[in-house]
Design a protein around this ligand. Sequence first.
Ligand code: FMN
Length: 192
Amino acid sequence: MNERRINILAIPGSLRPNSINRGLLEAVREVAPVGVQVQIYGGYAELPVFTEPLDDGPEPESVRELREQIRDADALLFATPEYNGSVPGGLKNAIDWASRPYGNSPLAGKPALVVGASPSPNGARWAQADLRRILGVAGADVIDSELAVGRAPELFDADGQLTDPSTREALADRLRTLLAAVRQYEATPTAA
Ligand SMILES: Cc1cc2nc3c(=O)[nH]c(=O)nc-3n(C[C@H](O)[C@H](O)[C@H](O)COP(=O)(O)O)c2cc1C
């Protein structure tokens, strides 16, 4: 029997060239099983700063693309850095856009899993906790899981490739958890 393809939208919290969080998502793409497509979102820079008057006007193209990519995804995988103990502003802005239109957000019921990395031993734990809370308030079906990758630059080579086998295995484990949530969601959807 042919299983259908599963689409994961991977959302890094950083636009930085050689971002360690984007590097985690690139590694997830490498460990993804056949039939699982991992697409990395890269459109933050085009998103306007969310304001309610803008929300009432015509939908900006960059916002339409973000919402469409989320809607088309079977699940979301976030990799966030920590800025001043929380989620980077660009990521929060994207979630605020995706949380609308009120009552018809593409985030509603969407399985979502959060991982994170930082150069400190903390592994962006505070940002991950905040991101799980924000996503839950916005209506996503947030998986109660964490992967805090501390001292992360030591785990990558000069080309930005993850070289640490245990982190790679931990990412594969979180991906399996997310895929199980997708199958569970398909069996018993909680949102349209
Ligand atoms: C404005 C700012 C605030 C930061 N605050 C924290 C912090 O609270 N905790 C932390 O562990 N790292 C902090 N950092 C360091 C980031 O974790 C580091 O820049 C990281 O590499 C960013 O992730 P990226 O490589 O995916 O861009 C901060 C960096 C910036 C630019």
